[in-house]
Design a protein around this ligand. Structure first.
Ligand SMILES: Cc1cc2nc3c(=O)[nH]c(=O)nc-3n(C[C@H](O)[C@H](O)[C@H](O)COP(=O)(O)O)c2cc1C
Length: 454
C-alpha cells in the first residue's frame, strides 16, 4: 500500500434518508425527493465534503398494489427522473461527480449514450452511468412486459447494450469538431466513425449527434452481486458498489471481483470498489443505538411484514406479530435474493424471534454502522486498511443531518489520518478517482518518441 492511497467517497441520496421511517423524523423535509432546492443544498454540502460522487438510484415504476403499506414506506413512489435531475445539478455544482441509474432492460442504447454524453458536457466531465438490469416486475409492466425477462437474458442484453453505448461514445474523435470558418467545415468528415451493429438484441447503424464526451466515456458503475453480475462488472465497470456487512465478506467480494478482471485484459486499478456504508452518527455510541432503535420502532407493522415477506418470498399478512413464524410457512427455496432469504430463514431457526422482533432486526444483508464520528472514521479506516474497499458509498439514516455531521466531523478526521483528500485534485470525475480517460478505439496512438542517444 502506498502512502498516497486515498479513499473515494460517494453519496447515495434518497430524499429524507436511508432509513425507511426517516420521512417521519421531525428533522427531515418530508417532500425532499421532489425538491430541487433540497438536492442543490445537499449536493453543495457533499461537494464541501469533497465527495467524489453524488449518486441517484432508480427504478422506473410506482408500486400499484399494497398501496397503504407503500404509502407508509414510499420507495420510488415520488422521485425525479435521475438524468433530468443530474443535468440541473450540473449547473449548480462544480466538482462533484454526478451518477445516476438507467436500466438496460427498458431503454435503447442510442438514447442513453446520448443522454450521458450530454450530461458529461453539461457538467464538464463529471457524469457516471449506473448500469442495472432491474429486478422489479412493476417496472416491467410499464414497458410492455408482464414480468421481467429471466436474469441471464437481462444480463446478456446488458452486455450487448453497454458494448453498443461505448461504440457510440467513440463515433466521433475527440477533435472532430473544428468549426473552421476558413475551410467552411464545422467537423472533419474523416473523424466520424458510424457504428454498424447487428446483434441479438439491437440493430443500429449511425453515429451520435454530439461531440465526444470530455471524459472520453462517462464513468460506468455497477452493483451486480450474482456470478453473472460480477463477470459483467469485471469486464466493463469502473465503479462497483458492494454491500457486505463484515470486513471478511467485503474482502472476499473485493478479491473475487478484482481477480476476475485479468481475463478481460484489465488492470485491477481500472475498477474502484466502493463498499456500501449505512451510517448513523451521534454524540455517543449509546445515543446512536437509541436513535436507531427509535427509528426501527417507527416502522409500521404493515411495512415490517411487507418487507420481510418480500424477501422471504411469502405473504405474512395473516400471521400474529408477537409469535414466531411457523416452520411450515417458510418456502422450500428462494427465487429472488437468495442471500436475503437464507439470512431470514437462519434468523427464524436459530434466534427463535417473533415476527415483530424479526422485522425490527432485519436490515437486508447490510448493517447500519451506528456510533460517534470517531468510531465511523475508525470503521472506514479498518475497511480501507484491510483492502476490503477502495472507498465507500455512504448513505445516512437521516438526511441531511447525517451528511452534515459526516462533513463536519468525519471528513476532517479522515483527512488528518491522511486517508482522504484535502482538496479536489482533478476537474473530472475520472481525474478525481484516478481512472484513465479511454482512448477512442478508432485513433491509433501516436508512436512513443524515439530515445535519442546522448
Ligand atoms: C448501492 C447500490 C445501488 C443500487 N442501485 C440500484 C438502482 O438504482 N436500481 C436498480 O434497479 N438496482 C440497483 N441496485 C441493485 C443492483 O443493480 C443489482 O440488481 C443487485 O445488486 C442484484 O445483483 P444481481 O442482479 O447481479 O443478482 C443497487 C445495488 C446497490 C448495492
Amino acid at each position: 500500500m502506498t502512502a498516497e492511497r486515498k479513499m473515494a467517497l460517494a453519496l447515495l441520496v434518497n430524499g429524507t434518508g436511508h432509513h425507511g421511517a426517516s420521512w417521519l423524523h421531525p428533522s427531515t423535509q418530508a417532500d425532499a425527493s421532489t425538491s430541487i432546492e433540497w438536492y442543490r443544498d445537499t449536493a453543495l454540502l457533499a461537494e464541501r465534503g469533497l465527495f467524489d460522487l453524488f449518486f441517484i438510484a432508480d427504478t422506473p415504476a410506482a408500486r400499484t398494489s399494497n398501496l397503504e403499506a407503500y404509502s407508509r414506506f414510499p420507495i420510488f413512489m415520488n422521485v425525479f427522473e435521475p438524468v433530468t435531475l443530474l443535468a440541473t445539478l450540473a449547473g449548480l455544482t462544480s466538482h462533484i461527480g454526478l451518477g445516476g441509474t438507467v436500466s438496460t432492460s427498458f431503454t435503447e442504447p442510442y438514447n442513453v449514450a446520448r443522454q450521458f454524453v450530454s450530461l458529461d458536457h453539461l457538467s464538464h466531465g463529471r457524469a457516471a452511468w449506473n448500469v442495472v438490469t432491474s429486478a422489479n416486475d412493476f417496472a416491467a409492466r410499464n414497458f410492455g412486459l408482464d414480468r421481467l425477462p429471466p436474469h441471464a437474458q437481462r444480463y446478456e442484453r446488458a452486455q450487448e447494450y453497454v458494448d453498443l453505448v461505448r461504440k457510440l461514445w467513440d463515433s466521433w474523435e475527440d477533435d472532430a469538431f473544428i468549426f473552421d470558418r476558413t475551410s467552411g467545415l464545422t467537423f472533419d468528415p474523416a473523424k466520424q466513425h458510424a457504428v454498424d451493429h447487428e446483434g441479438k438484441f439491437f440493430t443500429l447503424h449511425g453515429a451520435l449527434n454530439i461531440r465526444r464526451a470530455p471524459q472520453g466515456h462517462p464513468v460506468i458503475i455497477q452493483a451486480g452481486a450474482s456470478d453473472t453480475g460480477r463477470e459483467f462488472a469485471a469486464e466493463t465497470a469502473e465503479i462497483v458498489f458492494s454491500s457486505d456487512a463484515s470486513i471478511e465478506s467485503g474482502l472476499r467480494f473485493y478479491r473475487d471481483l478484482k481477480g476476475r478482471m485479468d481475463k478481460f485484459g484489465r488492470d485491477p486499478d481500472e475498477l474502484k470498489i466502493l463498499a456500501g456504508k449505512p451510517v448513523l452518527i451521534a454524540d455517543s455510541a449509546q445515543e446512536a443505538e437509541d436513535m436507531f432503535q427509535t427509528l426501527q420502532e417507527m416502522i409500521h407493522p404493515m411495512v415490517g411484514r411487507m418487507r420481510l415477506g418480500m424477501d422471504l418470498e411469502t405473504d405474512l399478512s395473516d400471521l400474529p406479530l408477537d409469535e414466531p413464524i411457523p416452520e411450515d410457512r417458510i418456502p422450500k427455496t428462494s427465487n429472488q435474493h437468495k442471500a436475503y432469504f437464507d439470512h431470514i430463514v437462519e434468523m427464524i431457526r436459530t434466534d427463535k424471534l417473533t415476527l415483530r422482533q424479526l422485522y425490527l432486526r432485519y436490515e437486508r444483508g447490510n448493517k447500519t454502522f451506528r456510533g460517534t464520528a470517531m468510531q465511523v472514521a475508525d470503521n472506514l479506516e479498518d475497511w480501507f486498511a484491510a483492502g476490503a474497499a477502495d472507498g465507500f458509498m455512504m448513505n445516512f439514516s437521516i438526511m441531511p443531518m447525517g451528511l452534515e455531521r459526516f462533513v463536519a466531523e468525519v471528513v476532517p478526521e479522515i483527512q488528518r489520518r491522511g486517508l482522504f483528500r484535502t482538496a479536489y485534485t482533478g476537474r473530472t470525475l475520472r481525474e478525481n478517482l484516478g481512472l484513465k480517460r479511454p482512448a477512442n478505439r478508432h485513433v491509433v496512438p501516436a508512436p512513443a518518441p524515439l530515445e535519442v542517444a546522448k
